[in-house]
Write a protein that binds this ligand. Structure first.
Ligand code: DER
Length: 243
């Protein structure tokens, strides 16, 4: 439907613009938009992909690469990438992004930072002005299990909202749906979702730094000053590109 078409539009436009023949080491993000990125790369043909190595940002991403018949690589061997393409939960005017809806933000940020070019692909729902406007469930934060309770109390002291504007629970450990107990990341850690008010969300780089310094925090789902460009598929079949 409209959202899936928009994801596909964004993914195709981003690959066409940022995955050229000279790009050999390619990072593949996580989520429901990146499968279209892989489709478009496969469509460039066997010749174009023969020498390329694809690095995953998690279990789902790894399976995508394998199923597409692309060559899987390990970041241990390829710690520098030409380009990484990934989704986002929300993107603001300055191309800062909330990520971690799929609890993959640690490996995503490693491959985003290690790439010469990092590009966001998303549907129109993610194209925002101020973070927290459309993605209201909070900043996804990966924490070591030992420290989840102490991190929760630090976040509460920072002003993380205990209730969302709609009255639903705010600051909390992310619990499994078809799994008893908390969600466990690909790295064996827990995820905390921490919503903040607009005062904090208007300064995402500062919020990122403050949260990152809490002992026990592994990685924060705020990607600031990282994106080269963001591609948003629109309902009317157009693509909005923001650089
Ligand atoms: O969890 C993540 O960071 C993913 O990239 C996610 O934010 C993208 O979600 P979507 O492409 O399924 O909307």
């Amino acid at each position: 439907e409209a959202v899936e078409g928009a994801k596909r539009l964004a993914a195709f436009a981003a690959v066409d613009k940022h995955v050229g023949l000279k790009d050999k080491i390619i990072g593949i993000g996580s989520g429901s938009t990146v499968p279209y990125v892989v489709d478009r790369i496969v469509a460039q043909g066997k010749e174009a992909n023969k020498e390329r190595i694809f690095l995953p940002t998690g279990f789902q991403s790894k399976e995508l690469i394998i199923k597409a018949g692309l060559t899987l690589g390990d970041v241990d061997q390829f710690p520098q990438l030409d380009v990484t393409i990934d989704g986002a939960d929300e993107v603001d005017n300055d191309l800062h992004a909330i990520k971690g809806g799929g609890a993959c933000q640690l490996r995503e940020k490693v491959l985003a930072e290690a790439a010469t070019t990092w590009v966001i692909v998303a549907d129109y729902r993610k194209n925002s002005k101020v973070l927290g406007t459309t993605w209201t469930q909070g900043i996804p934060i990966e924490v070591v299990p030992f420290a989840y309770a102490t991190v929760l109390s630090s976040l509460a002291r920072m002003g993380s909202l205990s209730k969302l504007p709609n009255g639903k629970p705010g600051l909390a450990l992310r619990m499994g749906v078809k799994k008893a107990g908390p969600v466990v990341s690909d790295n064996g850690n827990f995820i905390i979702d921490a919503p903040f008010g607009e005062d904090w969300m208007r300064k995402p780089a500062e919020l990122l730094k403050t949260i990152k310094l809490i002992t026990g925090v592994v990685e924060v789902g705020l990607f600031c000053n990282m994106a080269r460009a963001a591609f948003f598929g629109n309902e009317d079949g157009t693509v909005t590109v923001r650089n």
